[in-house]
Design a protein around this ligand. Structure first.
Ligand SMILES: NC(=O)C1=CN([C@@H]2O[C@H](COP(=O)(O)OP(=O)(O)OC[C@H]3O[C@@H](n4cnc5c(N)ncnc54)[C@H](OP(=O)(O)O)[C@@H]3O)[C@@H](O)[C@H]2O)C=CC1
Ligand SMILES: O=C(O)[C@@H]1CCC=N1
Length: 276
C-alpha cells in the first residue's frame, strides 16, 4: 500500500497501557481505523474481540496505519525497532510511550527523517481522565505534535514539554496513579484497623480521593489552603498530620519519585535485551 493509502492508528503492544489507550480511543471514536499488533496471539485475540478491532502483524500494521504507537516495554523496544526499520517509511508518524526511551534512539533505528513523538500517558486514560505529555523528536513538527495530541486528547488532558523533562514527567504522572492507589490501599487498611467493614472503608476513601481531586482541579486553590481548611484547631486532622510528618511521609514521597526518575533514565540506556 502507498503511504497515502494509509489511515488511522496501529497500537503495537497490547499490554496495560496499550489497552487503556485502545479502550479510550474506541469508546470515543469507534474502532474504525484502529489496529492492534500484539506479540501474544491469545492476547491479540482477546483485544480484537473485546474492542472490535483487527489484530494484525507488524508488517500489516505498518502497511495499513499512518500512526504507529509503540507501547512495548523499554526492554523490548530494541527488538521492535529492528523489525520496524524494514517497514517504516516517510509516510508514518511514530509515537512511543516507552518510559525513558529517547526520540533520538528511535530515530537512529528508523529510516532517516522519520517523525517521532515521545508521549508519557497514564492509565486513567481508561476513564477519559488520562494525563499525556508530548515531546517532539528531531524530525517531528507542529503538525505531528498536533496529530499525536488529537489522538491523546480523546482520553484526557495533554501537555507538551521539552524532551529533557520527560523522565521527570514519567516519575510524576506516568507512575503517579500507582502512588494514589497505594495511598488509598493504606488508608483502607487503616479503616479495617479501626473496625470498619472493608467495603465501607473503600467507598469512603475512594469518594474522598475523588472529591479531593475535583476540588484541587476546580477550586484554583493551593493544596496547602485546601488542607488547612480541613485542619480544625485542636482537632483530628492536625493529630494525623503530625504523625505523617513524624513518619517522614513527605520525604518518602519525594525520594520515591526521585527513584522513579532515576529508573526512567536508566531504562533509556537499556539496550533492549529483555532482561532488565
Ligand atoms: N503501564 C503504565 O501505566 C504505563 C506504561 N508506559 C509504557 O508503556 C509501555 C508498556 O507498558 P505496559 O503496558 O505496562 O507493559 P505490558 O507488559 O503490560 O505491555 C507490553 C505488551 O507489549 C507486548 N509486546 C512486546 N514486544 C512486542 C512486539 N514486538 N510486538 C507486539 N507486542 C509486543 C508484550 O507482550 P509480552 O507479554 O509477550 O511481553 C505486552 O503484551 C512501557 O514502555 C511503559 O514504559 C507508559 C505510561 C504508563
Ligand atoms: O512502571 C513503569 O515503568 C511504567 C512507566 C510509567 C508507568 N508505568
Amino acid at each position: 500500500m502507498t503511504p497515502t493509502g494509509r489511515r488511522g492508528l496501529a497500537i503495537i503492544g497490547g499490554g496495560k497501557i496499550g489497552e487503556a489507550l485502545l479502550s479510550g480511543l474506541v469508546r470515543r471514536g469507534g474502532p474504525d481505523g484502529i489496529l492492534v499488533c500484539e506479540r501474544s496471539p491469545e492476547r491479540a485475540a482477546q483485544l480484537a474481540e473485546r474492542y472490535g478491532v483487527p489484530a494484525v502483524d507488524l508488517a500489516d500494521a505498518a502497511a495499513r496505519a499512518r500512526v504507529l504507537l509503540l507501547a512495548v516495554k523499554p526492554q523490548d523496544i530494541g527488538t521492535l525497532l529492528d523489525r520496524l526499520a524494514d517497514v517504516v517509511d516517510e509516510g508514518h508518524l511514530v509515537v512511543s510511550v516507552a518510559a525513558g526511551v529517547t526520540t533520538r534512539r528511535i530515530e537512529d533505528a528508523l529510516p532517516e527523517g522519520t517523525p517521532v513523538v515521545r508521549v508519557m500517558p497514564n492509565t486513567p486514560a481508561l476513564v477519559d481522565e488520562g494525563m499525556s505529555v508530548l515531546s517532539a523528536g528531531a524530525h517531528a513538527g507542529e503538525e505531528h505534535l498536533d496529530e499525536a495530541e488529537a489522538l491523546l486528547a480523546a482520553v484526557g488532558q495533554v501537555r507538551r514539554v521539552p524532551e529533557d523533562q520527560q523522565d521527570a514527567v514519567t516519575a510524576l504522572s506516568g507512575s503517579g496513579p500507582a502512588y494514589f492507589f497505594y495511598l488509598v490501599e493504606a488508608m483502607v487498611d487503616a479503616g479495617i484497623l479501626l473496625g470498619l467493614p472493608r467495603a465501607l472503608a473503600a467507598d469512603l476513601i475512594v469518594q474522598t480521593a475523588l472529591g479531593s481531586a475535583v476540588m484541587m482541579r476546580e477550586s484554583g486553590e493551593h493544596p496547602v489552603q485546601l488542607r488547612e481548611a480541613v485542619t480544625s484547631p485542636g482537632g483530628t486532622t492536625i493529630a494525623a498530620v503530625r504523625e505523617l510528618e513524624r513518619h517522614g511521609v513527605r520525604a518518602a514521597l519525594i525520594a520515591a519519585i526521585e527513584a522513579a526518575h532515576a529508573r526512567s533514565v536508566e531504562l533509556g540506556r537499556t539496550k533492549g535485551t529483555g532482561t532488565s
